[in-house]
Design a protein around this ligand. Structure first.
Ligand SMILES: Nc1nc2c(c(=O)[nH]1)N[C@H]1C(S)=C(S)[C@@H](COP(=O)(O)O)O[C@H]1N2
Ligand SMILES: [Mo]
Length: 443
C-alpha cells in the first residue's frame, strides 16, 4: 500500500477535517454538537496521536486480510454491547436474557443480541434428524423433514417478538431499557406459511385448535386457534437471512406475529389438530392473568401497544445542555403503530414524534423527537397509539383496571427521570410492592 502521508489527496482530507472541527457541525435547529469541537481533543494524552491532523496508526500499515474472521463479529470496542442477564439474584432471570435495547439503532435486532427465553435450556438438534409431525383432525397425517419444508413456497416478514412477562407487572425493577423491556426483539423471519402446510394435510371440519409442541426438555406446548394458523402463522427456519440460531429454535420454530412470545414454539416437532384447547401448563398455571374479581383471564393472545424511549434512557447520562435527539421503539400486536407521543415535562404536555419509515405491521417502529435540554431536572416518556386506536396506558391506569394480582402483559408507559446533572434513571413510582407477584417459574 502506498504511503498515504505522501498522498496529496490526504492533505486535502486532513485540511477539510480541521476546517470542520473549527467551524463545528451544525444540525437541526442550528444547535451545535459541542462534543465534536471539544477544545482539548488535540491535547488528549491518550488518543492525541491518532487524532486530526495526525495520521492515525491504523492508516500506517495494511489491516487484517479478508477472511481473517470467517464468521464476522463486532469491533472489539463494542464488546460491552451484549445480551443482558440482570444480576438480581432471582433465578427467574437465569432462564432469559434481554436485548440491549439502549445500545441499538433502527428496528432490527442482530441475531446475536435477540432476547432468549428457555424453559428447559437450548436443545442441540441435528436438523437431519429433526421431523415435524402433523396429525389429529386431518385427512392425511404427515411427517416432514427440514428439506421437505424448504420445498414449500417461502415468505419473509419483519416482526417483533415479545415475552408476555416484559416486564413483570409490579414496579418494574432494573435500571436500563434492557433490564425493563429487553424481552422484545425484532427480526426478518423466513419460512413457510403454516396454512400451506395444513392444506397439504387437509383440515377436517371439526378442526378448531392446533396444539404445538417443542422438542426441548420442557416440551413446551400451546393451543393455537385455527384462525391464527390459517392467517399469518409461519413455520420459520431463518432469521435475518441466516438459519435460526439454536437459541431461537433451530432448525424450526412456529411464529405467531403479534401473539405473546411463549406461543411461538421453538424447536417445533408436533402440530396436533384438535377441536378444543388442551389447557397445557403454559395456558393454565402460567400465562394467565389474575383479575381483581378473582377470575383468571386465559388466552391473552395479542400483545397490546407499547413503547419505550431508548435514548436517553436509564443508565445513560446527558453530558451537555442543548440538542439531544429523543429516540425509541414502539410496537403493537394488533397491527401498525399509528402515532407516538412524547412528553418532556413529566406528562404535562405531549408532542407527536416522527415515525421512521418503514412502519410495518407487527414490527418495531422507530420514533424520534428533536429536543433541547436546558439543564433542569425533568421526566421524559413516550405513549404509543396503534391503528385500532388503542392508547398505551400509564402503570397506575393499568393497575386500576387489572388490579395488582396480574403478572403478565404489562404494557405501561415507561418514564425516565433526568436529573440536573444529566443522569437518567427509572422514574416508575413505587406505589406498588415491587416483588409481590413475581413469578419464580413463569415468563
Ligand atoms: N419449545 C419452546 N418454545 C418456546 C419457549 C421454550 O422454552 N421452549 N419459550 C417461549 C417463550 S416464554 C418466549 S418469550 C419465546 C422466546 O423466544 P426467543 O428465545 O427466540 O426470544 O419462545 C417461546 N417458545
Ligand atoms: Mo416468554
Amino acid at each position: 500500500m502506498a504511503d498515504r502521508t505522501n498522498d496529496p489527496n490526504q492533505h486535502v482530507l486532513v485540511a477539510s477535517r480541521r476546517q470542520f472541527l473549527r467551524e463545528g457541525g451544525t444540525i437541526v435547529g442550528g444547535a451545535t454538537v459541542s462534543a465534536v469541537v471539544g477544545g482539548d481533543v488535540l491535547a488528549d494524552p491518550l488518543h492525541g496521536e491518532n487524532l486530526p491532523p495526525n495520521v492515525p496508526e491504523w492508516m500506517k500499515s495494511p489491516g487484517d486480510p479478508v477472511g481473517s474472521q470467517l464468521y464476522g463479529t463486532p469491533s472489539p470496542f463494542e464488546k460491552g454491547v451484549t445480551r443482558n442477564i440482570p444480576k438480581s439474584g432471582d433465578p427467574v432471570f437465569w432462564t432469559s436474557s434481554r436485548t440491549p435495547l439502549q445500545d441499538l439503532d433502527g428496528i432490527i435486532t442482530p441475531n446475536g443480541l435477540f432476547y432468549e427465553r428457555h424453559h428447559s435450556g437450548v436443545p442441540a438438534i441435528d436438523p437431519a434428524q429433526h421431523r415435524l409431525i402433523i396429525h389429529g383432525l386431518v385427512d392425511n397425517p404427515l411427517i416432514f423433514t427440514m428439506d421437505d419444508l424448504r420445498r414449500f413456497p417461502s415468505q419473509s416478514h419483519i416482526y417483533f417478538l415479545e415475552c408476555s412477562g416484559n416486564p413483570g407487572f409490579k414496579k418494574p425493577y432494573g435500571k436500563t431499557a434492557s433490564d425493563l423491556v429487553g424481552l422484545v426483539s425484532c427480526a426478518e423471519f423466513t419460512g413457510v406459511k403454516l396454512s400451506h402446510v395444513l392444506q397439504e394435510a387437509g383440515l377436517r371440519r371439526e378442526a378448531k385448535w392446533i396444539v404445538a409442541e417443542g422438542a426441548d426438555a420442557a416440551a413446551l406446548t400451546r393451543s393455537i386457534p385455527i384462525e391464527k394458523c390459517l392467517d399469518d402463522a409461519l413455520l420459520v427456519y431463518s432469521q435475518n437471512g441466516e438459519r435460526l440460531r439454536p437459541q431461537q429454535g433451530y432448525p424450526l420454530r412456529l411464529f405467531l406475529p403479534g401473539f405473546e412470545g411463549n406461543m411461538s414454539v421453538k424447536w417445533l416437532r408436533r402440530l396436533h389438530v384438535v377441536a378444543e384447547p388442551v389447557y397445557s401448563r403454559e395456558e393454565t398455571s402460567k400465562y394467565t392473568d389474575l383479575l381483581p374479581d378473582g377470575k383468571a383471564r386465559e388466552f391473552t393472545f395479542y400483545m397490546d401497544a407499547k413503547s419505550i424511549i431508548t435514548h436517553p434512557s436509564g443508565g445513560q447520562k446527558l453530558k451537555s445542555h442543548g440538542f439531544h435527539e429523543i429516540s425509541g421503539i414502539a410496537w403493537t400486536g394488533r397491527g401498525k403503530i399509528k402515532r407516538v407521543d412524547v412528553s418532556v415535562d413529566d406528562g404535562k404536555s405531549w408532542q407527536e414524534a416522527q415515525l421512521q419509515e418503514p412502519v410495518l405491521t407487527r414490527a418495531l417502529t422507530r420514533f424520534r423527537l428533536p429536543w433541547r435540554w436546558e439543564g433542569g431536572p425533568t421526566v421524559i416518556q413516550s405513549r404509543a397509539i396503534d391503528e385500532i386506536g388503542y392508547v398505551q396506558p400509564t402503570l397506575s391506569d393499568l393497575v386500576g383496571v387489572r388490579g395488582d394480582s396480574s403478572f403478565y402483559h404489562n404494557n405501561a408507559i415507561q418514564p425516565w427521570r433526568i436529573a440536573a446533572d444529566g443522569e437518567v434513571t427509572n422514574a416508575v413510582g413505587d406505589f406498588l410492592n415491587p416483588h409481590k407477584n413475581d413469578d419464580k417459574n413463569g415468563r
